[in-house]
Design a protein around this ligand. Structure first.
Ligand SMILES: *[C@@H]1O[C@H](CO)[C@@H](O)[C@H](O)[C@H]1NC(C)=O
Ligand SMILES: *[C@@H]1O[C@H](CO)[C@@H](O)[C@H](O)[C@H]1NC(C)=O
Ligand SMILES: *[C@@H]1O[C@H](CO)[C@@H](O)[C@H](O)[C@H]1NC(C)=O
Ligand SMILES: *[C@@H]1O[C@H](CO)[C@@H](O)[C@H](O)[C@H]1NC(C)=O
Ligand SMILES: *[C@@H]1O[C@H](CO)[C@@H](O)[C@H](O)[C@H]1NC(C)=O
Ligand SMILES: *[C@@H]1O[C@H](CO)[C@@H](O)[C@H](O)[C@H]1NC(C)=O
Ligand SMILES: *[C@@H]1O[C@H](CO)[C@@H](O)[C@H](O)[C@H]1NC(C)=O
Ligand SMILES: *[C@@H]1O[C@H](CO)[C@@H](O)[C@H](O)[C@H]1NC(C)=O
Ligand SMILES: *[C@@H]1O[C@H](CO)[C@@H](O)[C@H](O)[C@H]1NC(C)=O
Ligand SMILES: *[C@@H]1O[C@H](CO)[C@@H](O)[C@H](O)[C@H]1NC(C)=O
Ligand SMILES: *[C@@H]1O[C@H](CO)[C@@H](O)[C@H](O)[C@H]1NC(C)=O
Ligand SMILES: *[C@@H]1O[C@H](CO)[C@@H](O)[C@H](O)[C@H]1NC(C)=O
Length: 408
């Protein structure tokens, strides 16, 4: 008989820097009671569901009490599968692919049961739902633990999952969890930056020069093979860190990876670079779309230590545009998200809904840009009126003088 893999939620954490209170640690065991998959992770879930007439949202974290029934150790025929079951019928699972000495996360599936009144109070249309997304983890060499302490957000229509303090090893050899870490890209930059940025500037109290205007990133989301969201923009964050009351300008890398979700009534764009994850949530209301919500997770380096910051505002109304059009604004705009975080945007051209053949539709320009067009128009119109007045005055004047000459 095949014995189901056994789960251990251990109190002792193998890796440093993980928050003890929140991280969940799991070991899946094989038939010989040897560890074959190791995982440690923290996940914050936000799920939007239908309540009594309104959309409700619920937030919860991955709980400590999990079972790993349904996990598969994997071998050269079957893919390893980590399945974490919790509560009445919820689960988070990740299967791994492996080849040529590396392993990587393949498909991450979150299954949730809206009948659970603890997590989904007052839910209508109770059912078991599922979201599946690609690539939680980057490729890592076999016999290493992939670690990613930085937060990574994965958004779909109804679910946002924020993963942090993640450690994963599939195909553990001889049941011994590796001591070698494969550090994710996001962590590398945060641990490197203190060396480069702080050695020089500690000498002089002068502020570092402001960064240049951010370069414009062209971000694209696809629904299958069809482009469903286009966003060209340069982004800069203006953060006020309350501890030292200093403001900092951070440019978003124009090479940030874009992911997210396109729907008829709402769309989500997730941009991630080394230090920052920003989620833009657009919704449609009365045949207009606008930016309703911004969430950001930022690793800020202060005096050599990395401080994770979170900002969130879900009652915004920026970039309002008729559905079927795109929104354009060349001028710099300052979008206030919270008192501590403002996004400065440059050369925005965005369309989250109703793209025709994968390209931007007619653009509605921002009022700032309108002004710049309007001013020459007003000046031109005023000049034209002036010229007409001068001509009339001249004609009248000539008539008078002509009449005067005749009487002579
Ligand atoms: C499996 O190993 C753990 C220790 O790693 C031990 O506590 C447990 O009793 C073992 N279970 C079986 C069924 O051998
Ligand atoms: C996750 O949620 C917990 C508690 O709700 C919060 O303290 C923590 O800051 C959150 N972390 C992230 C990365 O969102
Ligand atoms: C749903 O809302 C309506 C009115 O808002 C109220 O009359 C009704 O009792 C509510 N039903 C439940 C199950 O809460
Ligand atoms: C989520 O719920 C909170 C509190 O109930 C509310 O303030 C917020 O607007 C909701 N967000 C969304 C996207 O519905
Ligand atoms: C999970 O496995 C345990 C024993 O290994 C068993 O008691 C339990 O019923 C299983 N749960 C499910 C949902 O299969
Ligand atoms: C698959 O693994 C088994 C042992 O688990 C080994 O005997 C066999 O040679 C492997 N096959 C390939 C194609 O690597
Ligand atoms: C969903 O939750 C309800 C209520 O807790 C429970 O009765 C039901 O069995 C759950 N469904 C699944 C598939 O686990
Ligand atoms: C992972 O699971 C998905 C569906 O759940 C499947 O399409 C995919 O092929 C699996 N990956 C591997 C490596 O087996
Ligand atoms: C696993 O055991 C084999 C044989 O004992 C050994 O050659 C190999 O190096 C071990 N691998 C690890 C990762 O410890
Ligand atoms: C981004 O798109 C604009 C037009 O919308 C184009 O001029 C620019 O070259 C593009 N940039 C890149 C890096 O593709
Ligand atoms: C950044 O924010 C501070 C305080 O809100 C403000 O004084 C400053 O002008 C802003 N700078 C830029 C470049 O947006
Ligand atoms: C973006 O990536 C391209 C190619 O990978 C590289 O040439 C370019 O320098 C990168 N730009 C930034 C701002 O990192």
């Amino acid at each position: 008989m095949h014995r189901p893999p056994v789960l251990h939620v251990a109190a002792l954490l193998l890796f440093t820097g993980f928050s003890l209170t929140e991280a969940v640690e799991i070991k899946v065991h094989d038939n010989n009671n040897k560890t074959c998959i190791y995982a440690i992770l923290s996940v914050n879930f936000t799920v939007v569901y239908e309540g009594n007439g309104t959309m409700e949202n619920t937030t919860f974290t991955l709980p400590n009490s999990l079972s790993s029934n349904g996990s598969v150790c994997g071998d050269n025929k079957s893919a390893p599968l980590l399945k974490m079951n919790f509560g009445p019928g919820h689960s988070l699972s990740l299967n791994f692919s492996h080849s040529a000495g590396i392993f990587r996360g393949d498909v991450l599936t979150f299954t949730y049961n809206t009948s659970d009144t603890n997590l989904f109070p007052g839910a209508k249309n109770t059912s078991v739902k599922q979201v599946a997304v690609d690539s939680l983890m980057e490729a890592a060499p076999l016999n290493t633990v992939y670690t990613c302490r930085s937060a990574k957000a994965i958004a779909s229509k109804e679910v946002i999952m924020v993963f942090y303090d993640v450690g994963l090893q599939a195909l553990v050899e001889n049941g011994t969890i590796s001591k070698n870490e494969s550090i994710c890209k996001a962590d590398m930059s945060t641990t490197m930056s203190p060396l480069t940025t702080w050695t020089a500037s500690t000498m002089t109290p002068t502020k570092p020069p402001p960064p240049p205007i951010p370069s414009v990133g062209n971000y694209t989301l696809k629904n299958g093979s069809e482009t469903c969201l286009l966003a060209n923009m340069g982004l800069q964050l203006n953060l006020t860190y309350v501890e030292d009351n200093q403001t900092r300008l951070i440019n978003i890398d124009s090479n940030s990876t874009a992911s997210g979700y396109c729907g008829d009534q709402d769309a989500t764009l997730v941009l991630e670079d080394m230090k920052t994850t920003i989620i833009f949530h657009f919704i449609v209301e009365q045949s207009k779309f606008f930016l309703k919500e911004v969430k950001a997770n930022i690793s800020l380096v202060v005096n050599g230590s990395t401080i994770p910051l979170q900002f969130n505002n879900s009652s915004l109304k920026y970039w309002q545009t008729s559905i079927g059009s795109s929104y354009m604004c060349h001028k710099e705009q300052r979008l206030r998200v919270t008192d501590q975080m403002v996004i400065n945007t440059f050369n925005v051209w965005i369309q989250p809904f109703e793209l025709k053949s994968g390209t931007f539709s007619r653009a509605e320009e921002c009022s700032l840009d309108d002004d710049s067009i309007l001013i020459p128009i007003i000046v031109g119109a005023a000049l034209a009126v002036l010229i007409v007045i001068v001509v009339i005055a001249y004609v009248i004047g000539r008539r008078k003088s002509y009449a005067g000459y005749q009487t002579l």
